[in-house]
Design a protein around this ligand. Structure first.
Ligand code: ZN
Length: 549
């Protein structure tokens, strides 16, 4: 990340010297290499489509290990690299380490003169490696997957929160991103994966001095700039906190949020699709050049641009999760049917406009109009707590203290059943009630207010997404609510067919409801996680249906 972040804070300085040698014990390296070799020797060399695609992905994800990530960050964030300032001795040594790894991986050099190195401003250097695409239709298209490897050296007034004059190892900023990218490369190369589009792996220098490396590349591109269809920047991914992975820039290309969502996220991990998009990393350089440009990040912290940004503070298990997510998404982008065109309006989408745009709808007025409570310890229906003024229930004569035995002949032993029936009944509802002072149960026929609600969902189109809509209202106790759909979830498919905007979904949904279907299947994206949900639409039963697939 480029200095400065929004708020400077004081933080007690701590140092944790690490020796590169401790991470590079030869025996351990040989053992790991042998284990990996055996693992992959048992697998076919190339995986293509269908079921094998998932197998390939599982293998690629499994090849990302905390051990290997720790080994890379341990070396890059060691004192011997003296904070990897661009052009410095330590910076050049870090470049050498990365170039060696690119060569070992078997990637094609993509710098000038058949080398991995693109030098600029004297001693600064970007490292570039290519994995050519295999699909003749799109192999001319290039994805740039980048991470900056420089940091701020000993720190200056312009780039350090201090104390200055000590080595700033930049373990999170951005040894973590470099390690993640090296592991992505390993996963891709070891499994023999061949992407449809070409991938250019870029390790930028001079980011901390003003995005110098990526700017140099754009001014002297090594592949034609018009062929670059997307850039993805990995910057600071070492401090996963609360499972939050920040994914920025999805609004720079229509449909990118959907492409960056995943069915593989763990229970505790979620994607924060940030609308904050500014000049604080190499993603910006590509956005300025008219390229849809994403970044992946795990957040700022108290050690940001201080000597205390050290390996010991990294969440290595978290890095493994982020890297596995990256492997999956990068391959999905490289193989996508189509990549989105550039969306220049992205900078107009701010957290402020987001609040306006994602505003939710107010609650609907109730069809019955009374509050109830469940009498504890009894397997009986709810008891009326308060009848609203001017409500259908009030006009029909329902009174406080009445106990609801059944609704339309269904016993109300489940708390959700009464409001759910009230939502879906066409015009009136018959309640059987017990009232104090009367011997026999009473039957009340209540004409319901408003139209019946079978699904309970409202949605709106997002101008930055064409294959999904987002939820602006979930009616409590409706079929949608019972299926676990939440405000701001994205609906991406209906009955396993993708949708094409709000109207398409509306027309198809109306047709299905008119058919009298028992249930529909929706593909939902919720905070980046993709899942299928079965929404019940059929007749109610007295036991709660198991609604989630
Ligand atoms: Zn930084």
């Amino acid at each position: 990340m480029q200095f400065p972040p929004p708020v400077a804070r004081r933080y007690p300085w701590r140092r944790f010297p690490v020796s590169a040698q401790s991470w590079l014990q030869p025996k351990r390296v040989v053992f790991l290499a042998a284990a990996v070799a055996v693992f992959f020797a048992t697998l076919p060399t190339h995986f293509t489509a269908g079921a094998e695609e998932n197998l390939w992905l599982d293998v690629a994800r499994a090849s990302v290990t905390a051990d290997e990530l720790l080994r890379h960050v341990g070396v890059l964030a060691d004192d011997i690299f003296e904070g990897r300032e661009t052009g410095s001795r330590g910076g050049r040594a870090a470049a050498k380490y990365i170039a060696e790894k690119l060569k070992e991986a078997g990637l094609q050099p993509a710098g000038p003169n058949q080398t991995f190195v693109q030098p600029f401003s004297g001693n600064s250097q970007n490292l570039l490696a290519l994995l050519p695409g295999k699909d003749p239709d799109v192999q001319g298209e290039t994805l740039i997957i980048g991470a900056h490897y420089d940091h701020v050296g000993y720190g200056t007034r312009r780039n350090s929160y201090g104390p200055r004059g000590y080595i700033h190892n930049g373990a999170d900023d951005n040894a973590s991103g470099v390690a993640a990218l090296l592991e992505v490369i390993d996963a891709v190369m070891q499994t023999g994966y061949q992407p449809r589009r070409s991938m250019l792996f870029a390790f930028w220098d001079g980011e901390e001095k003003g995005l110098l490396g990526s700017k140099h590349w754009v001014s002297s591109p090594t592949v034609s700039l018009k062929d670059v269809r997307l850039a993805l920047n990995i910057d600071m991914v070492g401090r996963l906190d609360g499972g939050r992975i920040e994914v920025g820039g999805t609004r720079t290309g229509r449909g990118l949020r959907h492409l960056m969502s995943s069915p593989q996220l763990s229970e505790t991990t979620w994607l924060d699709f940030s609308w904050e998009y500014k000049e604080n990393g190499d993603h910006w350089t590509f956005f300025q050049a008219g390229v849809p440009s994403l970044y992946v990040h795990t957040g700022l912290h108290d050690d940001y641009h201080r000597p205390s940004d050290d390996v010991e503070k990294l969440n290595i298990e978290g890095m493994r999760e982020v890297t596995q997510y990256l492997v999956e998404q990068i391959c999905e982008l490289a193989d996508a049917e189509q990549l989105p065109d550039f969306r220049s309006e992205a900078t107009l989408d701010t957290p402020q406009t987001r609040r306006r745009q994602e505003k939710t709808l107010p609650a609907l007025s109730p069809r019955l109009g009374f509050d109830w409570k469940i009498l504890s310890g009894k397997n009986t229906g709810p008891s009326v707590k308060r009848v609203h003024r001017q409500s259908a229930a009030g006009r029909a004569g329902l009174k406080r203290g009445d106990r609801i035995v059944s609704a339309d002949n269904l016993p109300c032993t489940e708390p959700w059943l009464l409001p759910a029936i009230a939502l879906t009944s066409p015009a009136e509802l018959t309640l059987e009630i017990e009232r104090a002072g009367t011997d026999m149960p009473l039957a009340l026929v209540i004409p319901l207010q408003g139209a019946p609600i079978r699904l309970g969902l409202s949605w709106r189109e997002d101008p930055a997404e064409h294959q999904s809509v987002y939820v602006t209202r979930v009616v409590p106790y409706s079929a949608a609510a019972r299926a676990g759909i939440k405000l701001h979830d994205r609906i991406c498919a209906l009955d396993r067919e993708s949708i094409n905007g709000s109207n398409d979904l509306l027309v198809r949904m109306q047709a299905l409801l008119a058919e009298g279907r028992d249930n529909i299947v929706l593909k939902i994206e919720s905070r980046g996680a993709l899942r299928e949900v079965m929404v019940p639409l059929g007749a109610f039963e007295t036991s709660r249906p198991d609604a989630t697939l």
